[in-house]
Design a protein around this ligand. Structure first.
Ligand code: SAH
Length: 254
């Protein structure tokens, strides 16, 4: 999978994409992230990439021509890319979209800055506009890195244990169960006994109940989309009862 990034700040990408799982995926050739400086495609003595908005108003707008020239060049190369403009006005980036993008061979990610990008880039050059959330960043670079990170880890072999991707949060619209590791007791807080029991069926049931309870309490919007079996309802009731008892005893782990 190839990611071509268009940015005015190429240096921002080095450390975050060079470390850990994504860094290793690059080294192993499973993904390739190529960062292109938009300024290299600017013309004129001052290599200007932004200008004042027509019609007046605050700030600067990124000019269309350097971005379009960069795209012209990238689009002559194979495989044909899917061109994404990062924008707070785009469709929301969710796990389902990450899965869809992970099946494409090549993405171009355009990072805006300042007041944004001349609208003609969105209209005539981009295939897609994507927002990573309902807040405004100073630039598209962090958004592009979030997208690359979420997409890259879905590519086969990038994450060592493929099963961990299938059970985790958002594989279905349910948050993941709470995880614990050693030590068994830390500052007098013990991990739930069932996890130490070695009884795999009981552990699986407990985890399912906890996952459903968390989703119901924290993300009622997702919970409304979850299909519950009779067994699920039973496990959820048990988890709710345990929570009530824990609260009754003055212990609150929510
Ligand atoms: N004035 C614009 C915001 C510009 S923010 C508006 O109101 O719509 C500058 C750049 O940061 C954008 O061009 C975009 O590339 C990036 N950006 C900001 N917030 C983002 C978000 N939530 N998701 C993706 N990109 C974002």
């Amino acid at each position: 999978m190839i990611f071509d990034v268009l940015t005015l700040f190429p240096g921002m990408f080095e450390a975050p994409l060079g470390e850990s799982i994504v860094g290793k995926a690059s080294q192993r050739g499973l993904i390739k992230v190529r960062v292109h400086n938009i300024r290299d495609y600017a013309t004129g003595k001052h290599l200007v990439t932004d200008d004042r908005p027509f019609g007046g108003g605050e700030g600067m707008v990124m000019k269309p021509d350097p971005i379009m020239r960069a795209l012209d060049k990238l689009q002559t190369e194979q495989p044909r890319p899917w061109v994404i403009l990062l924008s707070p006005q785009g469709r929301l980036f969710k796990q389902e979209l990450a899965w869809k993008l992970s099946r494409l061979p090549r993405l171009v990610l355009i990072c805006g800055r300042y007041e944004g990008v001349d609208e003609r880039v969105a209209q005539y050059a981009a295939d897609d506009e994507i927002s990573i959330g309902d807040y405004v960043l100073t630039g598209g670079e962090l958004a592009a890195m979030v997208l690359i990170d979420a997409v890259a880890r879905l590519i086969p072999e990038v994450v060592g244990n493929a099963a961990s991707i299938e059970t985790e949060t958002f594989a279905e619209p349910v948050l993941e169960y709470p995880q614990y590791t050693r030590p068994q007791e830390f500052r007098s807080h013990r991990v739930p006994e069932v996890l130490l029991s070695g009884n795999h069926r009981a552990i699986e049931d407990w985890r399912r109940g906890q996952a459903l309870l968390r989703t119901k309490l924290r993300r009622p919007d997702l919970f409304a989309l979850t299909r519950l079996s009779c067994k699920d309802l039973e496990l959820l009731r048990e988890a709710e009862q345990q929570l009530k008892q824990a609260k009754g005893s003055g212990f609150d782990d929510t």
